[in-house]
Design a protein around this ligand. Structure first.
Ligand SMILES: O=C(O)CCC(=O)C(=O)O
Length: 268
């Protein structure tokens, strides 16, 4: 599955693109089940969701469950990123999931931000997420400000460029059907919207980037084998973060082993 010309243009011009019908329902529901088990909640019983923090993106610190790895090694997902990046030898991020419950009245929109340094001219990577269940635009969806992305070089000349007042910009909420994927440029300011629906938002974050040196591959492989979260996630210390996570068998395909750094790409 490749990005079409129009999808590539949208990604380049707006900083994001959504692709529908990428990840099959069996895989997305397995991640919902894994997340629910981890949180000790019942997805169909709102009474069990209440212990969750209502602000923020609903981050759940789960990185290495086999259900997450099944999504990461899904060929269509990998191929979409390969066509966005223009390379085949990629490693996958060890990112986590989100369960964003309906927002309380006093919900504060999390600040719009970049996860990379947008002033770095070499920053041309992508991030992404998979919607695990149907998500309306006003259901806590991913949201972004393409207007700033389009004039980023001018924007970062401002003294206060990191501070973005959403009321001064057109904010685009990007919901999606179950199994759809949103890919966005690391130069796009983004956040997640208020969830004014009765249902939570379920997401798995996932992205790929160019494979690096043999030393970096060995370090990635060790982290996967030992089921450790990435250092940036350990630093964030989201409540409930395990380090290491339980060592469940991952059942990786040849593609899964390569994107996990367990096999080098050049020995194909
Ligand atoms: O959860 C979302 O939709 C946005 C997440 C986010 O802000 C991030 O990945 O940095």
């Amino acid at each position: 599955m490749e990005l079409s010309r129009d999808q590539k243009d949208q990604l380049e011009n707006e900083g994001y693109v959504r692709i529908d019908d990428v990840v099959p329902a069996a895989l997305t529901e397995a991640v919902v089940a894994a997340t629910s088990e981890f949180l000790g909640i019942d997805p169909s019983d709102p009474g069990t969701w209440t212990a969750r923090e209502s602000h923020g993106h609903g981050i759940v610190p789960l990185h290495h469950h086999p259900a997450l790895w099944a999504v990461r090694q899904h060929p269509d997902l990998y191929e979409l990123f390969a066509s966005a990046i223009g390379a085949d030898a990629l490693w996958v991020t060890l990112d986590r999931v989100s369960f964003k419950t309906p927002s309380r009245e006093d919900y504060r929109l999390s600040r719009f931000h970049w996860d990379a340094d947008p002033t770095n001219p070499d920053e041309n990577g992508f991030q992404g997420l998979v919607y695990l269940r149907d998500t309306a635009d006003d259901q806590g969806a991913f949201c972004c400000i393409p207007g700033i992305y389009r004039r980023l070089d001018d924007w970062v000349e401002r003294d206060d460029w990191r501070s973005i007042d959403p009321d001064e910009h057109e904010v685009v909420n990007v919901g999606g059907k179950r199994g759809s994927v949103v890919i966005w440029s690391r130069r796009l300011p983004h956040s997640s919207a208020k969830n004014i629906r009765a249902q939570p938002r379920w997401v798995q974050y996932v992205a790929y980037s160019n494979a690096g040196s043999e030393a970096n591959r060995e370090s990635l492989a060790r982290r996967v084998e030992s089921r450790r979260p990435p250092d940036w996630a350990i630093r964030q210390s989201v409540p409930g973060q395990q380090d290491p996570e339980p060592n469940r068998p991952l059942d990786l395909s040849p593609l899964g082993r390569r994107v996990a750094g367990l096999e080098p790409w050049d020995e194909r």
